[in-house]
Design a binder for this molecule. Structure first.
Ligand code: AP5
Ligand code: ZN
Length: 214
């Protein structure tokens, strides 16, 4: 399957992705994760992206379109993929359409993680991540077995620099202004499925499975 996950910061895209990936053997391409590793490695891409990310603004369309175009060439992405956090502007959606047209494929479903803004601050400020795998934990909603440690690798967990209440405000603003129009873009194509993203993680997974098996 070829899937897009769209939703505000903290809506659960990164939490559901690994589960969908394991079930359908897809590749998981999260532009935020890719950009964060580029920033950590101080690559030219990372240097360009760092400032916007720390402010909670979107990085330029050209940068992220370039990353996705490259990543979609991987052999593991030929049977299907999950795009998590991309496209986030209508321009990115149009570019993606071109890329997929050139490859003779199309998007099967856009999963819209619908949730009220008021729930997101608690989710974002309690999040801990395992940077190399992208696994997300939450001190209250999804605690790791040992505090501060990844369940799978035993490596330390970190908090994201943009996971503060102040930066969340900018990220939400970017979502409403620039990303909500992307949902309309795909609604017109009839491929959007709305998920009740305020439910507990396991219930959201059940909803995702319902959509993907229909
Ligand atoms: P990105 O990394 O994509 O961040 P985001 O969209 O803000 O989304 P998050 O990762 O914060 O949320 P999520 O939905 O994955 O939440 P999670 O599942 O972890 O982007 C970061 C930055 O990179 C952007 O600001 C921008 O600068 C740049 N960027 C990235 N892509 C770009 C693009 N295409 N164009 C331009 N710029 C781009 O869950 C959050 C927490 O809640 C976790 O602790 C989790 O355990 C918990 N949780 C999850 N689900 C539930 C649940 N159902 N109930 C209770 N708790 C839950
Ligand atoms: Zn995420």
């Amino acid at each position: 399957k070829r899937l897009i996950l769209v939703g505000p910061p903290g809506s659960g895209k990164g939490t559901q992705s690994p589960i969908i990936k394991d079930e359908y053997c897809l590749c998981h391409l999260a532009t935020g994760d890719m950009l964060r590793s580029a920033v950590a490695a101080k690559t030219p891409l990372g240097v360009k992206a760092k400032e916007a990310m720390e402010k909670g603004e979107l990085v330029s369309d050209d940068l992220v379109v370039g990353i996705i175009d490259e990543a979609l060439k991987k052999p593991s992405c030929q049977k299907g993929f999950i795009l998590d956090g991309f496209p986030r502007t209508v321009v990115q959606a149009q570019k993606l359409d071109e890329m997929l047209q050139n490859r003779g494929v199309k998007v099967d479903k856009v999963l819209n993680f619908a949730i009220d803004d008021s729930i997101l601050e608690e989710r974002i400020t309690g999040r801990w991540i395992h940077p190399s795998s992208g696994r997300s934990y939450h001190t209250k909603f999804a605690p790791p077995k040992v505090p501060g440690v990844d369940d799978v690798t035993g490596e330390p967990l970190i908090q994201r620099k943009d996971d503060t209440a102040a930066v969340l405000k900018s990220r939400l603003e970017a979502f409403h202004k620039q990303t909500e129009p992307v949902i309309d873009y795909y609604s017109k194509k009839g491929v959007v499925a709305n998920l009740p993203a305020e439910k507990p993680p396991k219930e959201v997974t059940v909803e995702v499975q319902k959509v993907l098996s229909s």
